[in-house]
Design a binder for this molecule. Structure first.
Ligand code: DAH
Length: 344
């Protein structure tokens, strides 16, 4: 009897059913009403009183082994069945997967484009590698102007000044290309990347993004410029945002101005974003200098125009309260994921 039990124990220990049917056969064989355990207990009745003591214990342990094995296997099989069931259940919610996000600079650029499109502006683009004429000379930069200095500009080919090739330092170069290649009226915005030879820090970068605006027609006045920009700010930052214009200087506009908006963060009360002044500068603008119109073959007696240029990073900083420019180009998903809900 002991030998038989040892043999069955080995069989039970190595038993591994492929399916529920095999497990049921196992149950019937060992635990069924006509099974091996029942049979062993019947045999047990016939053994002598001396042996009863030792065999009683062995038999009970064996029975327990068979029962535990059966219960464990049954549990394993049902959870397998359940998981395969859930794989086939098409009514269960699907597994989520990670979607990408629009970059905050793209979100802001698209918003700016949308606002100006509603005012009848078209979108124009130009090359990032520019010649001296389009980036500087046609825009009325005097030869000795400090913006042409090696400090600011990444030159690709440095010759005598007027033959230079460089990475564009602003999107104003696209104005020139547009006016040279067409006839007024012009009403366009020109988004794009620009480059400057600056040390990278929280407040400056060697590349950033701008949107340029140009409107040239007969009788375009400074009042048109102010109203267009005022409307833009109301759309972008909400009704009631105040604007102010400060006189400024750009070689390509006369008169020139810089436009401030009431700080969108503290609403003008003063905070460290606006350096406690209540105002933040967002763009440069002015009436297109007659020299620029003439350089591009446009009759400055007949036509006038306004232009403006803004940095997309600056607009995004104010909108999302981002204080470090480097975040825009590091591609850290922990930063980018925060713009998930804003996909347009
Ligand atoms: N190009 C200027 C810059 O990069 C921005 C600018 C100022 C553009 C005034 C304009 C303008 O069209 O009228 O700083």
């Amino acid at each position: 009897m002991q030998q038989q039990i040892d043999q069955y124990t080995a069989e039970i220990n190595t038993f591994s059913p492929a399916n529920a049917d095999e497990l049921e056969t196992f149950r019937i064989k060992f635990l069924g009403t006509k099974g091996i355990i029942k049979d062993l207990f019947d045999q047990f009745k016939t053994v002598g009183p001396e042996e009863k003591r030792t065999f009683g214990k062995v038999l009970n342990q064996f029975k327990q082994l068979a029962e535990t094995k059966y219960n464990d296997l049954k549990e394993g099989l049902t959870s397998d069945v359940e998981s395969s069931k859930s794989e086939n259940d098409l009514t269960l919610p699907g597994d989520g997967f990670n979607t990408g996000t629009r970059h905050p600079l793209s979100l802001v650029r698209n918003e700016i484009i949308d606002i100006y499109k509603r005012l009848g502006f078209v979108v124009a683009e130009g090359p990032e590698i520019e010649d001296d004429w389009h980036n500087f000379s046609a825009l009325n930069f005097p030869e000795e102007h400090p913006a042409r200095d090696m400090q600011d500009t990444f030159f690709i080919k440095k010759n005598s000044g007027t033959d230079d090739i460089a990475l564009r330092t602003h999107t104003s170069s696209v104005q020139v290309r547009m006016m040279e290649n067409g006839k007024p009226p012009f009403r366009a915005i020109m988004p794009g990347r620009v480059y400057r030879n600056e040390a990278i820090s929280a407040r400056a970068h060697c590349f950033f993004h701008q949107v340029e605006g140009l409107y040239v027609d007969e009788n375009v006045s400074f009042a048109d410029l102010k109203q267009t920009l005022y409307h833009f700010v109301q759309e972008l930052y909400g009704e009631g945002t105040k604007v102010r214009f400060r006189p400024s200087y750009f070689p390509f506009t006369e008169p020139s101005a810089e436009m401030d908006v009431s700080c969108t963060i503290c609403k003008g009360d003063g905070c460290n974003m606006c350096k406690y002044s209540g105002w933040v500068e967002i763009l440069g603008c002015g009436m297109v200098d007659p020299n620029v119109l003439e350089n591009c073959g446009i009759d400055s007696k007949k036509y006038t125009g306004f232009a403006f240029g803004m940095g997309i990073e600056r607009i995004a900083n104010l909108k999302y309260v981002i204080r470090d420019l480097r975040l825009f180009s590091e591609n850290d998903v922990r930063f980018l994921d925060q713009f998930k809900t804003e996909i347009i």
